[in-house]
Design a protein around this ligand. Structure first.
Ligand SMILES: [Zn+2]
Length: 233
C-alpha cells in the first residue's frame, strides 16, 4: 500500500519519499502526492528528482494490490528501490482538474438526475444524466454562478460500508460506485449543496471553481443527456 497524501491534503504539490519498487518505466513510492487515474479524473503528471537526475511522470494509476504506480516517460534511467526522491506534480494541470471536479459536483446538484458517466480533463469535462427532458442551459449556468459566488466550503469525512448501505440515496453516480472492498468510504460535502462518496480531488471552497459554464448539451439516446462544461478563467 502506498500512503495517499493527496487524500487529506489535495493542495500538496511535492514530497520527499522512498522508492519501494521499480520495473521498466513504472515506479512505486512509499508516499505520494500524485492522484491515480480514477472516478473520471485523469492521473497526475509531474517529475521525480533523485541524486542529480530527474524523470518525467506521464501518468499515475492504481495497482490491484493497493499501491500507486507512477509511469515514467522512458525506462532508460529510473530510480531504484531504496532511493530517496523528491516528487512534484504538474500543479497547473491538477488544479484545473480540482476546479473541474468540484464544478461537476455543483452541476450534479443543479440537475438532480442519476449520473451514468463522466469525464474530467483540464480543457473540458462532462457528466451524463439519466434524463429525457431537454437541459435549460441558461438556468444551469445561472445556478452554477450562484453556487460559486456563495463560496460553499468543501469538506470530507469517512463512513463505513455498513453506514453507506443504510444511505443508498448518497450514491448519485450509477457508473462509478465507491470501492466495495474498502472498509471506509470518503464522503465529500459541499456546504448544504451536495453530499456523496467520492475519492477525487476537490478545491476547498466553491469560489475557487471560478466561472464554469455549460458549453454543449448532447442527446445520447432517449434517456441520456451529456452535459459538457468548461472553465472561463
Ligand atoms: Zn468528487
Amino acid at each position: 500500500m502506498s500512503t495517499k497524501l493527496y487524500i487529506e491534503d489535495t493542495y500538496s504539490k511535492s514530497n520527499q519519499t522512498v522508492v519501494c519498487d521499480s520495473f521498466e518505466n513504472e515506479i512505486i513510492l512509499d508516499q505520494t502526492v500524485f492522484y491515480p487515474h480514477g472516478g473520471g479524473q485523469p492521473g497526475d503528471t509531474g517529475e521525480l528528482q533523485w541524486n542529480d537526475k530527474a524523470i518525467k511522470i506521464i501518468n499515475t494509476y492504481n495497482n490491484k494490490d493497493g499501491s500507486i504506480v507512477h509511469v515514467a516517460a522512458d525506462m532508460k534511467d529510473i530510480p531504484r528501490s531504496g532511493d530517496t526522491v523528491i516528487t512534484s506534480i504538474d500543479w497547473v494541470r491538477r488544479y484545473l482538474h480540482m476546479r473541474m471536479h468540484t464544478g461537476l459536483h455543483l452541476l450534479g446538484s443543479v440537475l438532480k438526475y442519476g449520473v451514468t458517466g463522466g469525464n474530467i480533463s483540464s480543457e473540458k469535462s462532462r457528466l451524463d444524466f439519466d434524463m429525457e427532458e431537454p437541459v435549460d442551459k441558461e438556468y444551469v449556468n445561472s445556478q452554477l454562478e450562484k453556487l460559486v459566488s456563495e463560496d460553499h466550503q468543501v469538506t470530507s469525512s469517512w463512513i463505513t460500508q455498513e453506514e453507506l448501505k443504510k444511505k443508498p440515496e448518497l450514491i448519485r453516480t450509477m457508473s462509478v460506485r465507491p470501492p466495495e472492498n474498502a472498509n471506509n468510504i470518503r464522503l465529500v460535502k459541499i456546504g448544504s449543496v451536495d453530499l456523496q462518496p467520492c475519492g477525487g480531488t476537490h478545491v476547498k471552497s466553491t469560489g475557487e471553481v471560478g466561472k464554469i459554464v455549460v458549453s454543449k448539451v448532447e442527446k445520447k439516446g432517449k434517456r441520456n443527456r451529456r452535459v459538457n462544461v468548461k472553465l472561463m478563467n
